[in-house]
Design a protein around this ligand. Structure first.
Ligand SMILES: CSC[C@H]1O[C@H](OP(=O)(O)O)[C@H](O)[C@@H]1O
Length: 352
């Protein structure tokens, strides 16, 4: 399966993190060349780079670039500089666990290199950041292969937000099964929820799928019920930002509503989850912090004239939590997990 596009990569020679600016899609395919911690932080916060795995990859390279600039001459001084960059990048967005997973993975690598010189420490961090990217490519392909086992020629799926190539290393999670099925010669159609307020479904998923030649129908989020009721949807595939040990899953706002509708209409609902997005420290979804974003994303974007009266209050949670009892299966790189999720998730982590 070929990568549609690589949303995050490093130019180590120029000490630049090169990021596909997803806020400009689908109209413009442009890249940011980020050299400072501030610009990397901002790119994550503004969703110029977004999607749990892509955020993790960006964080790995971001903290490497921060450490690369260190003038430290001792391990202790270097670690202090590393931790300053790590803590700063960790403050960009709270929900996607991949951000913290990647930063912690980089810190753990540093701990194993205590006897190395500072140049060797920098080389080790670069290697680890590259490995985070490479691992995600393998993981997404495996999720695609397992997920494709659930698809048959002529099936139609619905998805919410964007958990595609540009949200990951280039292969996607929720869209990976569609890409694998396409490579196998199957015809799969997709209904994409536009996903207000930031329209990742309209701007990103529809763009990816149309670019890939997949039959795609864009709908408003409030149309998900009628397409399910009319029998148009055979299965639902979504991504995730943090999966708790019991299988409760945080994903883009609106996902839990789709899952409730799916249950009502008897449609299978799958979460595509790299193990890097499963947080076994979170016992249930109640332990997951939900990012709240500015109300202007609801009122001021996408419309020439104000779509709401000045002074109106807003509430803009960027994610919600889908109860594990609504999830038919969790598709991971180790296979398709079925309930009891606390048991099946514990098993795959014990296998690692
Ligand atoms: C494989 S991407 C996972 C997840 O991330 C997205 O959130 P955001 O666009 O805010 O970064 C969305 O919830 C995707 O499903």
């Amino acid at each position: 399966m070929k990568a549609l596009i690589q949303p995050v990569r490093l130019d180590d020679e120029k000490s630049e993190l090169i990021v596909l600016d997803q806020t400009l899609l689908p109209g413009k395919v442009e890249y940011l060349h980020l050299t400072t911690q501030e610009s990397i932080w901002e790119a994550i916060y503004k969703l110029q780079v977004r999607g749990a795995p892509a955020i993790g990859i960006a964080a790995g390279y971001g903290v490497y670039l921060g450490a690369k600039a260190s003038a430290a001459t001792t391990y202790e001084e270097f670690v202090a500089d590393f931790n300053q960059s790590k803590d700063y990048l960790a403050s960009s967005r709270p929900t996607a666990v991949n951000l913290f997973w990647a930063l912690d993975r980089m810190a753990k690598r540093l701990e194993t290199e205590k006897d190395q010189s500072v140049p060797e420490l920098k080389a080790a961090l670069l290697q680890e950041a590259n490995q985070i990217l490479a691992d995600d490519e393998t993981v997404c392909q495996r999720i695609g292969e397992y997920g494709a086992e659930l698809l048959a020629d002529g099936m139609t799926i619905l998805t919410h937000c964007n958990a595609g190539a540009i949200a990951t290393s280039g292969f996607g999670t929720a869209l990976a099964p569609v890409y694998v099925a396409q490579d196998k010669g199957l015809t799969i159609s997709v209904y994409a929820d536009e996903t207000r307020p930031l329209l990742q479904g309209a701007r990103l998923t529809a763009w990816e799928l149309v670019e890939s030649g997949i039959d795609t129908t864009l709908i408003c989020d409030n149309m998900a019920s009628i397409v399910m009721k009319e029998g148009k949807i055979d299965a639902i595939f979504v991504g995730c930002d943090r999966v708790a040990l019991n299988g409760d899953t945080a994903n883009k706002i609106g996902t839990s509503g789709v899952a409730i509708l799916a249950k009502h209409y008897g449609i299978p609902f799958y979460v595509c989850a790299p193990m890097s997005t499963i947080d076994i420290e979170c016992k249930t979804g109640d332990d997951i912090q939900i990012e709240e974003r500015p109300g202007a994303e609801i009122t001021d974007m996408w419309y020439e004239t104000p779509m709401a009266p000045a002074g109106v209050k807003t509430y803009n949670p960027a994610f919600d939590v889908t109860d594990h009892r609504l999830i038919t299966g969790i598709i991971t790189e180790k296979g398709i997990l079925k309930p009891n999720y606390e048991e099946s998730i514990s098993n795959i982590f014990a296998l690692v």
